[in-house]
Ligand binder design. Structure first.
Ligand SMILES: [Cu+2]
Length: 192
């Protein structure tokens, strides 16, 4: 009697573990295999009504980020940086009151899993060129958040470029998208 009860319990525990592993894989894989690009674009369009900043020869357009789920430790920010000058410029540093660190990350596909890592060299914007920070590509990674981000918030971010210098911009927060950067919290690189 006791033994069969125990084995039932362990069968149940096994099923539970299997289910959570399957769920984890679903969340890790889903941005890579099922990102609804139309949805992401429409969020970007509504969240960034033509905000534009100029600093030196650089233009920063359409900055935005996503709201974070409760308890999140990371957030991602996006924008387009255009260099109208004749020399390359580099993004040396990014700061924000909402996070202990802000880095530029790049995404890569390893097998079927999207991974991210900090750039080894500062992000460079070539003369006449443009760099897009967007979901599943380059992004600003806010780590060790000091506060959560709610939809409608405007998050102040200071960007420091090698030649153009310092500029303060605001990233309006769109809603939490299920397939969005909020899932990054489940990746080992971002466990604190
Ligand atoms: Cu990242």
């Amino acid at each position: 009697m006791m033994r069969s009860h125990l084995s039932m319990m362990s069968a149940f525990a096994n099923a539970l573990v299997t289910a959570s592993v399957a769920l984890l894989f679903f969340f890790v894989l889903s941005p890579a295999v099922a990102a609804p690009s139309a949805l992401i674009e429409s969020i970007a369009a509504t969240a960034a009504p033509s905000a534009e900043y100029s600093v030196g020869q650089l233009r920063i357009t359409a900055p935005w980020m996503r709201a974070t789920p409760k308890g999140a430790t990371v957030a991602s920010g996006y924008m387009t940086i255009t260099n109208t000058g004749k020399e390359p410029d580099r993004l040396l540093r990014v700061e924000s009151d909402i996070a202990t660190t802000v880095e530029v990350h790049e995404m890569s596909v390893s097998g079927e899993v999207m991974k991210m890592r900090p750039l080894e060299k500062p992000l460079e914007i070539e003369p006449g060129g443009m760099v897009e920070l967007k979901p599943n590509g380059y992004h600003l990674m806010f780590s060790r958040l000091r506060q959560g981000v709610n939809e409608g918030d405007k998050v102040s971010v200071t960007m420091v470029f090698e030649k153009a210098g310092k500029v303060e911009i605001e990233l309006p927060a769109a809603g939490i998208a299920a397939k969005g950067p909020a899932n990054e919290g489940t990746m080992p690189e971002h466990k604190m």
